[in-house]
Design a protein around this ligand. Structure first.
Ligand SMILES: [Zn+2]
Length: 451
């Protein structure tokens, strides 16, 4: 069996620097150092990197060149972050329409293509260059390291594995990679009441240092173990991501596994945006690589303590720059300082995916957030999905716990009808499971009504 030390000093450098010729290891060492710099120093370097990126994009990316010229924006005028606030905010639609023109003319086609979009149903493709690839992996190593899950530690993944069939050589490459990384991967799509005992045995047999999981899947797994009275192997840490972590989920997971939960926040476009350190006071941002803003719908900074849109500028993806890109998530504004001594500012709280809003026949908009807010008060509702097939119809798909009582059903229906108005027919449908998106995530509100 490989030890962590042997792994870190021999296997990993050989794999990353030799075979793959990547700079990940070097970047990782830099990030391990820079996290202890003062906040002023980090933000100073961040701003200098932002200016470099803007100059690069204006010179080499046709889309940005044209857009900024049309808007009368000059990179030389950006002398502070306040000046940068005049720059336009992009969303997924911009990426879909202008991807090719957003690429750098100097990339010579040496780009890695990635896709995202399971949660909104509309796929988005984008590119990154090799340097950015190495940097973002290094940032992930550092962030996971805060939870004690540095490369070389044994990790058990309960993660969404792509559904599309992969060529055999790719599947083998993944297997080899996982073996070298000392990872055991269980597909979170395969998690069900039937497979829980199997996954339980696999975890107990592997005895990992850390469990890395989709939030929803790990919560579901933990709840099922608790109901069966099963005590799983207790790792040093449980790292969750890909979906918002609620307080009640953290509590249950920690009590079942007898180990601390570390929340992470990331996206396909940027990988790790923030992660918790052992102080659990918020998520330390990847400040060296990303400039993160919380903005309202008009593009203005959200007041501290208020919820706004997460807008990210990737300072190092020169292949296809993302400048002020609204990911589609929401978070609470206000970047605090941690007691651990790291200079990296904290993101207070990620609120999660911005949910679809529902239109009503009387011309109102009901924010999707209404539904989780309502349902959280009913312990017998395990999972739900709200579907609006037409303007005057709404279907509540509910996975119920065995102890559900029908009086609660009436209370939920009453509340929903009052909010949606008298012209919407609301249907209650108890279902055994809620279908996940292609990315293995749970979509809470689905509206098929065009705004
Ligand atoms: Zn900290």
């Amino acid at each position: 069996m490989l030890t962590e030390t042997l792994f870190r000093h021999a296997v990993l450098p050989a794999y990353e620097s030799g075979y793959q010729r990547r700079k990940t290891l070097r970047y990782w060492r830099q990030l391990e150092r820079s996290q202890w710099s003062s906040r002023e120093e980090l933000e100073g370097e961040q701003f200098a990197a932002l200016q470099r990126l803007l100059r690069h994009a204006a010179e080499n990316c046709p889309y940005y060149r044209q857009q900024w010229e049309l808007a009368g924006l000059r990179v030389a005028d950006v002398q502070s972050v306040d000046d940068f606030r005049r720059w336009p905010v992009l969303d997924k639609q911009h990426i879909r329409e202008h991807r090719l023109a957003m690429r750098s003319e100097r990339s010579n086609g040496r780009l890695i293509c990635k896709g995202t979009g399971g949660s909104t149903g509309v796929p988005v493709h984008f590119d990154l260059d090799l340097d950015s690839h190495d940097r973002r992996h290094a940032a992930m190593w550092r962030g996971y390291g805060w939870a004690g899950a540095r490369p070389g530690t044994k990790q058990f993944y309960l993660w969404g594995v792509p559904l599309e069939s992969r060529p055999a050589w790719k599947a083998w490459k993944d297997r080899l990679y996982n073996l070298l990384q000392r990872r055991r991967v269980v597909n979170s799509f395969e998690l069900s009441e039937e497979t829980v005992p199997q996954i339980f045995d696999s975890l107990n047999g592997y005895r990992p240092d850390a469990v890395v999981a989709y939030t929803g899947a790990l919560y579901q797994f933990a709840r099922s173990l608790a109901e069966r009275g099963l005590r799983p192997y207790s790792p040093r840490a449980l790292i969750v991501g890909a979906e918002k972590l609620h307080g009640f989920q953290r509590d249950l997971i920690e009590s079942v596994f007898q180990a601390p939960v570390f929340e992470t926040y990331g996206s396909r476009e940027f990988m790790l945006i923030g992660a918790e350190c052992p102080e659990h006071r918020g998520l330390h941002l990847t400040t060296e690589h990303l400039y993160v803003e919380i903005l309202d719908d008009d593009g203005q900074p959200t007041a501290d303590g208020q919820t706004g849109n997460v807008v990210v500028t990737d300072l190092y993806n020169y292949g296809m720059p993302f400048v002020r890109y609204a990911i589609g998530d929401q978070a609470v504004a206000g970047f605090g300082q941690c007691s651990c001594g790291r200079g990296l500012p904290l993101l207070q709280e990620v609120r999660g995916r911005r949910l679809d809003s529902l239109s009503t026949p009387d011309g109102r908009k009901v924010p999707g957030e209404f539904f989780p807010h309502l349902m959280k008060d009913f312990a017998g509702i395990r999972q739900f999905q709200v579907v609006q097939p037409a303007l005057d119809q709404l279907e509540l798909q509910i996975v119920l716990a065995p102890n559900w009582n029908n009086a609660d059903e009436q209370r939920v229906l009453q509340q929903v009808k009052r909010t949606m108005g008298p012209r919407v027919a609301v249907r209650w449908r108890a279902v055994p499971t809620i279908e996940l998106t292609k990315a293995g995530k749970h979509r809470v509100v689905v509206s098929n009504v065009r705004p």
